[in-house]
Write a protein that binds this ligand. Sequence first.
Ligand code: KG4
Ligand code: ZN
Length: 334
Amino acid sequence: MLILGIETSCDETAAALVEDGAILSNVISSQIDLHARYGGVVPEIASRKHVEAIGYVIREAFDTARRRPSQIDGIAVSARYGLIGSLVVGVAAAKSLAYALKVPLVGTHHIEGHIFAPILSHPGIPMPHVCLTVSGGHTMLVHVKGPCRYEVMGNTVDDAAGEAFDKIAKFLDIGFPGGPAIDRLALKGSRTAFDLPRPLVRSRSLDFSFSGLKTCVVNMFRDRPPEGLPLPDVAASFQEAVVDVLVSKALQAAERKAVSAISVTGGVSSNRRLGEAFQEACGRRGLAVFFPLPDLRTDNAAMVAAAGTARLAQGEVSGLDLNAVASAPLESLR
Ligand code: KG4
Ligand code: ZN
């Protein structure tokens, strides 16, 4: 099955062609440079830039894959979860093409796309498994019972982990997006320099909270200029606190569901220290751990095509009345 995936939920305009698990093209037009001067994604700008880019990005996805629109068997689009003005652009493009080409359309959940990134990267990944999906918009532990069958085990009660990275980086004035900036700076620092809290790490709940940790870092600078503390040490200690919590909760979730594998996905799964810590912890417990291929860690459309392929294979099709929804529970798709 040759599926066109479309992703516009935040600040990446993306289109991909995936055929029976093989990625033929994966085109991403990033708006990062446009938003960097504001220190965060400006929804209105994001939406307008998607309108400008979407046609070119879809065309490039076909050109790179050396396929024609008439050859596709279906279209999958991120229709739920994200910035509403951004989502509607991808949904409108997907509906127009599905109508013109007379092919089935399927709306997917953005987080479901992230869950499919490690599945697309490692076809042998065991089912069921536990997935930690962690990005700028969400931090979630999901029991993946089978393709498109999910139980959410934990969620953030305030900031997403990536959002905490972005806000701390903005506060320290070290760049946008904050995750990669902190990741780089932390390489030069000591992760034990500051003893920061590990929020909810001892609680039985699998929920996360990163807002207090963020405040704690900001308070360390109270009454002193940012250069008053060694920034690489602050970055490394903050990163270590986030990584400890993410690894510890994912291991608890895996133990509770007695699964043999964990997948880690979403933008924050690019973090070097997170990768290292998961390999160490899972290695000690005999658990397998799967990360997406590097290009599939942050937002992309290949993961959307993979999720859509699974939904279409189950006979699910969306009507041309498909609407973008900014906030919808993952389980609402079952
Ligand atoms: O999945 P994604 O591209 O978009 C959302 O769905 O939000 O994730 C973007 C997030 C941002 O918060 C960014 O700072 C974070 O992922 N991120 C990282 C790293 N690379 C991206 N966080 C920590 N370390 C990284 N290397
Ligand atoms: Zn995302």
